[in-house]
Design a protein around this ligand. Structure first.
Ligand code: ATP
Ligand code: MG
Length: 510
């Protein structure tokens, strides 16, 4: 029998084809299943024909639109859409991607304004990332964490002195609308200018004008160079608003895992909870208290648990979170605020009453607390602030009493007088951050009673004079303050001397 050479050529060719196909095949990224859109409404799509899709898997639609699989039923899958869904219609096709939602990370993001998917929103062109990481990542385990030990100076006197925040802490900023919440967070970012702390500002469901104001403020004050701004606006799809804080946290974690200190601001989680509620109701999940779904607590706890101070064996980086939440009519016991109060390590409460009285920043000291920051506070502060909080609490109590026009004895008048000076000391203009030396010299001057003899009308100017005199503090003393050493009595005397010298003109003319 003759063997036909033609036949063996065919076999060879087939084998080569199989080999090439096998080598060029890449697992995972290929669409493995195809489904059809059955319903589209308000940022949600329902799909039939994707039985193998996993929870939170990324699903691709025609026209490079993506969504996250939320409700995974055998017959129908509920998808949260992450982009402009106006063009999506019933009958369109959808594919599984085999991966979860991820976000670009890397150094090149610093100084940029991006959306939660990593697309540039500024005019500086596309971003070249170092890699991509999933937006939902497990929080560091207990054994991977170290205690909060280093302060995160916010540059706001009342916070650094009374409600200190430590690196790796989660401190909630809460208050009614227009009470200065954003302003406090932005000041904290501005104060990180020369401190090697990288900042991330995550705007969730905000007005475009508010975001533009924040970005302009950061840029004009030279703080955008150490900041990444992640933006979703009020008219963005709820899905995008929902993923924004997780994506921003992943970007932050990338730097934290390299041993860096990172500060993240979520502005605000009320909008985040509302976006999630909208999605859940559209997906027909059962509503609970205030119509929020049952897993609303988990929504924020799994986010804020990611803020931590890593163990030195893991690089010792930290992620400090300043979540913001809006209250309605000062109701701190509403569902979302109480949830967040219980998840965080303290809160800064901003009072509309103080705001109206012009006592700015409107921090209500009685209702604010920092549960771990005190341990991280610098020793020089700690020595001076102990008496301050008590004197101020006494003052506030007496102030209420004195409103009734009661005649006061000498000691009560003194308490009131001292309290008023402490209040003047707490006042601070927007974005006008104070350095460590400025705060310390002013704090020591206050607690030593240097302002006691200055008439009330001139206290503000006198404090400014002491602030300017901080330039005269020797680098030895400021070094000791910064390195968390206790100030010796000579150091204190030197600081008091500088402060008194600056106060001389005020004493003479009074
Ligand atoms: P919203 O609820 O709209 O987000 P908010 O609570 O974030 O408001 P901000 O936008 O920070 O409040 O501030 C409200 C207004 O108060 C702004 O006009 C801001 O300029 C002003 N403001 C905030 N802090 C101070 C301050 N320390 N001194 C003077 N003005 C301030
Ligand atoms: Mg705000």
């Amino acid at each position: 029998m003759m063997r036909t050479p033609r036949y063996s050529n065919c076999v060879k060719e087939a084998l080569t084809n199989i080999r090439t196909a096998r080598e060029s095949w890449s697992p995972g990224l290929e669409p493995v299943e195809e489904g059809v859109v059955t319903t589209v409404l308000n940022g949600i799509a329902k799909i039939s024909g994707l039985p193998g899709v996993g929870f939170e898997e990324l699903v691709r639609f025609q026209g490079e639109l993506y969504g996250i699989a939320f409700n995974v039923d055998p017959e129908e899958v509920g998808i949260v859409l992450l982009g402009d869904y106006a063009r999506l219609k019933t009958g369109d096709r959808a594919w599984r991607t085999g991966r979860v939602t991820d976000v670009p990370v890397g150094k090149n993001l610093i100084g940029r304004v991006i959306d939660p998917l990593g697309n540039a929103l500024d005019d500086r062109g596309p971003i070249e990332p170092s890699g991509r990481l999933p937006i939902e990542r497990p929080a560091p385990a207990i054994m991977d964490r170290a205690p909060v030990s280093t302060p995160l100076q916010t540059g706001i006197k009342v916070i650094d002195a009374i409600i200190p925040v430590g690196r790796g802490q989660r401190e909630l900023i809460l208050g009614d609308r227009q009470t200065g919440k954003t302003s406090i967070a932005i000041s904290a970012i501005l104060n990180q200018r020369d401190k090697e702390v990288l900042c991330i500002y995550c705007a969730i469901g905000q007005k475009a004008a508010s975001v533009a104001k924040v970005v302009a403020e950061l840029r004009s004050r030279g703080a955008l160079e150490h900041t990444i701004v992640v933006v979703t606006e009020g008219n963005d799809p709820s899905g995008l608003q929902y993923i924004a804080p997780y994506a921003a946290t992943t970007i932050a974690e990338f730097f934290m895992e390299q041993g860096r200190d990172v500060l993240i601001v979520y502005d605000d989680l009320t909008n985040h909870a509302r976006a999630y509620r909208e999605l859940s109701l559209l997906l027909k999940r059962p509503p609970g208290r205030e119509a929020f779904p049952g897993d609303i607590f988990y929504l924020h706890s799994r986010l804020l648990e990611r803020a931590t101070h890593l163990d030195p064996s893991l690089g010792g980086g930290s992620l400090t979170a300043l979540p913001i939440v809006e209250t309605e009519a000062q109701n701190l016991s509403a569902y979302i605020p109480t949830n967040l109060i219980s998840i965080t390590d303290g809160q800064i409460y901003l009072s509309p009453t103080l705001f109206e009285l012009g006592i700015l920043p409107a921090v209500d000291i009685g209702r604010s607390v920092s549960r771990v920051g005190g341990k991280a506070q610098l020793k020089a502060y700690r020595a001076a602030t102990g008496s301050l909080k008590l004197s101020y609490a006494q003052f506030e109590e007496l102030e209420n009493f004195a409103r009734f026009g009661t005649r006061l004895d000498e000691s009560s008048r003194k308490t009131l007088d001292h309290g008023n000076r402490i209040r003047a000391w707490f006042k601070q203009d927007e974005y006008d951050v104070f350095s460590m030396s400025e705060q310390i010299i002013m704090l020591i001057a206050l607690t030593e009673g240097c302002f006691a003899t200055i008439e009330t009308g001139r206290v503000h100017d006198a404090m400014q004079a002491v602030r300017s005199a901080a330039k005269g503090i020797s680098s030895d003393i400021s070094g000791r303050v910064a390195s968390d050493s206790e100030l010796s009595s000579e150091d204190r005397e030197e600081l008091i001397r500088i402060a008194k010298e600056a106060l001389n003109p005020f004493l003479k003319s009074s």
